[in-house]
Design a protein around this ligand. Structure first.
Ligand code: AVI
Length: 333
């Protein structure tokens, strides 16, 4: 049987304009609102979801190849090493639903292990990356039925109708859940339980707590790719919000917050300066920081507690020999 791709948009999508364009316009106004309100607050902040414009996505693809950035490599190793066991414990014949699927590269390993699937539903806000990922996956799994869903994976309320007739296996890779606060992470897990339905399974990648000698270089690499990724937020403000940030007058910083158990990324003003955005002036003191990302790290036990609070029961956790990263299979209902 030939593979199939058909892009799905939720029923509340605007009918008059192509969804991708409408979403882009919405993203622009969301970006300006987030920057203006984030700069009015102290400490100043920009939500990390705005990292991922075209340049940011390209830089992120570079980050995942860095020697220092172990999560992607180790998660792929775990999927390869334990794919057969994951498939056996998850059970056959489930629709695979991926949250924030991005390039879907690791998903290929999981699909290979799961064998024949009724359908694969990747959920992502970026229509273009959904289309590219679907084409790439079909070149490797020619009989796969792919039903990409253009939506915000944190709030998706419904799946394409084929999902009604099968059990579901959710997949949320890369420890992206670590970029949410614990309250947001719990809300996401509860929403995912509703979306996937009774007796569903969920495979989640979680970055583990570890020495800062490993964590800090992962978020402050020698080649400065993560610095460029962080500074691209200011370049994006210049491009899209008529900003005049001088990127040489801000520096990337990544610290580990022990109390919160998370990496925090900042852009630090190197001098006292005034910057204009959308016609408004913002004064920055020397050393003043803009908070741009949290990346929470968990122990296996801490993650089980978080998942359990949203009704997910741990079935099995896999970790690598160096205890860098973990994969969790959960069940609901
Ligand atoms: C997407 N997310 C899981 C990455 C992380 O590790 O928190 C984002 C990232 N930020 C800097 N490097 C990678």
């Amino acid at each position: 049987m030939e593979g199939d791709i058909s892009l799905h948009v939720p029923s509340d999508a605007p009918a008059s304009a192509p969804f991708a364009r409408a979403k882009h316009e919405l993203a622009d106004s969301e970006f300006s609102a987030a920057v203006l309100s984030g700069f009015a607050r102290r400490p100043r902040s920009i939500p990390c979801r705005f990292f991922y414009d075209t340049v940011g996505c390209e830089l992120f693809e570079e980050i995942v190849k860095l020697d220092e950035y172990y999560p992607t490599r180790v998660e792929a190793f775990l999927l390869e090493a334990h794919g057969a066991e994951i498939a056996e414990l998850a059970g056959q014949g489930r629709v695979l639903v991926e949250f924030g699927s991005g390039s879907s590269r690791k998903t290929s390993l999981l699909i290979g292990a799961l064998g024949r699937l009724p359908a694969y539903i990747p959920i992502d806000i970026a229509a273009e990356s959904l289309r590219e990922a679907a084409e790439w996956l079909l070149s490797r799994h020619s009989d796969l039925t792919i039903l990409p869903l253009i939506a915000d994976f944190t709030t998706t309320r419904a799946l394409p109708s084929v999902a009604k007739f099968h059990g579901k296996l959710g997949f949320f890779s890369g420890s992206t859940i670590g970029n949410l606060t614990q309250v947001e992470a719990q809300a996401f897990l509860a929403n995912a339980a509703k979306l996937l339905g009774p007796d569903s399974a969920f495979l989640i990648g979680i970055d583990l707590k570890k020495p800062t000698s490993i964590l800090i270089p992962a978020y402050n690499d020698a080649r400065g790719v993560t610095a460029a990724f962080n500074l691209n937020l200011l370049a994006r403000i210049n491009r899209e919000l008529d900003g005049d940030f001088d990127l040489t007058r801000f520096a990337h910083d990544a610290i580990y917050n022990w109390a919160q158990g998370r990496i925090e990324m900042y852009l630090v003003s190197c001098t006292q300066q005034i910057v204009r955005v959308l016609g408004q002036e913002f004064a920055f003191a020397e050393g003043e920081r803009i908070h741009t990302e949290n990346s929470h790290k968990y122990t296996v036990r801490e993650f089980h507690a978080l998942a359990g609070a949203s009704g997910w029961r741990p079935v099995r956790a896999w970790t690598d020999p160096d205890q860098l990263f973990s994969l969790h299979l959960l069940r609901h209902g």
